[in-house]
Design a binder for this molecule. Structure first.
Ligand SMILES: [Zn+2]
Length: 125
């Protein structure tokens, strides 16, 4: 490693701050999704709204699916962000694992947990 394809410490600190911000808003989302799913499990508001309308039983089921899907997606995202933070600490963050080049900053900002550059990601194998 010549160091040419590595991010500077101050860039990494900037990315770290960005990831921590995303992590905080993800934790908020998880909290909200949890409340919603808890509510559904306890037969709360969603059931109460629909129970008097037999025709809407399907929607109730859909709402439930949606809430659980949302919760799962946010929890997966949290794991990705945690992994990205680990990668910042061990120095492998922001470098494409396929071609070894630095991942463009715009892509990192958009998808901070990515480990491949756009070209490698979209390359047909
Ligand atoms: Zn690449």
């Amino acid at each position: 490693m010549t160091g040419k394809n590595k991010w500077m410490k101050r860039d990494l600190n900037k990315f770290k701050k960005l990831i921590l911000e995303k992590r905080n808003s993800t934790l908020d989302s998880i909290e909200k999704a949890r409340k919603l799913t808890d509510n559904i499990l306890e037969g709360g508001s969603v059931n109460a709204i629909y129970s008097s309308h037999m025709a809407d039983a399907g929607s109730d089921h859909q709402e439930r699916e949606k809430a659980f899907y949302w919760l799962k997606r946010e929890m997966d995202y949290l794991q990705y962000l945690d992994r990205a933070l680990d990668m910042i600490d061990d120095g492998s963050f922001g470098v494409c694992k396929e071609c070894g080049e630095k991942i463009p900053e715009a892509r990192i900002i958009e998808v901070p947990h990515t480990s491949t550059c756009y070209d490698c990601k979209t390359k047909v194998k």
